[in-house]
Write a protein that binds this ligand. Structure first.
Ligand code: NAP
Length: 276
């Protein structure tokens, strides 16, 4: 698969695999299938309670650990420096792994306001060799500016809600100027009514693709990295078959036009929303 290169040199596949709600045996089966179907990045989180399933899927698959990018995330309740360090260790033990390729702060939680401490912990954990690359999720420009100002270290990745109803232009532009890769969570809008959009359906017909593939292709052409989740092998395969066609500049603009100010799926605005 084509790759993106992070500012610290780490190469990430252009599409990753989301694992939210893939737990237990069903989760292991879905993730093993994803690896066998060609995915090389698994996106997990301490709060998904499936780091164990991620580790098990990796061990059961035929793909060497060294070829897989494994992501996990620090939950909001453990932003304090010493708690963050032990949580990263616990995160690794849950998975049975000795390093994560990518570790992200899950939410900034601005009212609690301990995300700079959490960032310092990620910086230290990277020095210990527990993590290869460090980043954030759901961070706004001013929050990233603060990380840079107080620690001198910028994230490599910012993972944000991004789909046709919420295309994150401002955040993407900011991330690009800072050399930060924008990852798209809920890239298919969690299979909501966006899949029924007439424009997307027309494009699907034109390119002999399905609507999900049109959306994922648009996200790639924006320079972002989608991490679609699917429990089904057929959809997992389909979601990777997006490297053999190209949307025109006009079509990209038309899809950009679907965005809405209140287009988030669940109104999770990181300026006020907190998750622990
Ligand atoms: N950092 C954060 O705060 C954050 C927040 C949310 C999510 N995430 C990450 O982002 C990943 C992806 O987001 P998500 O799981 O919320 O939503 P998503 O990937 O946008 O959508 C997943 C849903 O779409 C269905 N689906 C998958 N491919 C499809 C296709 N080609 N056509 C129609 N339906 C399709 C799946 O059903 P089946 O499984 O039945 O196929 C599932 O119901 C998560 O799994 C998680 O890793 C991160």
């Amino acid at each position: 698969m084509e790759t993106y290169q992070l500012r610290d040199g780490l190469q990430l596949p252009k599409i990753g695999f989301g694992t939210y709600q893939l737990n237990g045996q069903i989760g292991v089966n879905a993730m093993t299938s994803a690896l066998e179907n060609g995915y090389r990045l698994l996106d997990s989180a301490f709060n998904y309670e499936n780091e164990g399933a991620v580790g098990e899927a990796i061990r059961r698959s035929s793909v060497p650990r060294s070829e897989i990018i494994v992501t996990s995330k620090l939950p909001g309740r453990h932003h304090r420096y010493s708690e963050a360090i032990t949580t990263i260790q616990e995160s690794l033990w849950r998975a049975g792994l000795d390093y994560y390729d990518l570790y992200l702060i899950h939410w900034p939680n601005p009212q609690a306001d301990h995300y700079v401490e959490a960032w310092q912990a990620l910086i230290e954990a990277q020095k210990f060799g527990l993590i290869r690359s460090i980043g954030v999720c759901n961070f706004l420009p001013e929050q990233i500016d603060r990380l840079e100002k107080e620690t001198g270290v910028l994230p490599t990745v910012n993972q944000v809600e991004l789909h046709p109803y919420f295309n994150q232009k401002t955040q993407r532009d900011y991330d690009r100027t800072k050399g930060i890769l924008t990852q798209a969570w809920s890239p298919l809008g969690r299979a909501s009514h966006v899949l029924q959009e007439p424009l997307l359906r027309d494009l699907a017909e034109k390119y002999h693709k399905n609507v999900g593939q049109i959306i994922l292709r648009w996200e790639l052409q924006l320079g972002t990295m989608p991490i679609p989740k699917s429990a089904h092998s057929k959809r997992q395969i389909g979601n990777l078959q997006v490297f053999d066609f190209e949307l025109t500049a006009t079509e990209l603009e038309q899809i950009n036009g679907l965005t809405k100010v209140d287009g988030r799926n669940k109104d999770q605005d990181p300026a006020v929303y907190q998750e622990f």
